[in-house]
Design a protein. Sequence first.
Length: 127
Amino acid sequence: MVNEAQNNKHYHCPVEVTLDVIGGKWKPLILWQLRAEKLRFSGLKRSMQGISPKMLTKQLRELEGDGLVLREAYPEIPSRVEYSLTEFGKTVLPVLDALFEWGNGYLEREYILDKNEEVKTADGISH
C-alpha cells in the first residue's frame, strides 16, 4: 500500500494518483490532442467540443502544474501561446493508447451487440 503525499494529498494506491493527475472529463482529451503536435488555445478549444474557455484554462494550468504540459508564450504582438507535452507528459502516452484501444474495443462490442439486437427484433428470432 502506497501512502505518498503530493500537493498535501495522501494517496493509498498508484491508480488513485494517476486518476487524480490525468483523470476527469477533459484532461485525457487535452493530453490526447497534444500527443502529436503543439497547439494554441484556440486549436485545443476547437478540437474539444463542449469545453468552456474557463475550464480549458483551468485544466491546462493543472496539467502544467503537474509537469505534463508545457506552456510557451512568445513575445509577439498579438501574443502567441502554444501548448505541448513535456518529456514527462509523453510518458502518459502508453496509458492514453491503452484507453484508446479499450474504448475502441468497447465501441466495436457495442456495435456488434446493437446489430445482434436489430437482427433479433427484425425477425423475432434470436440468432
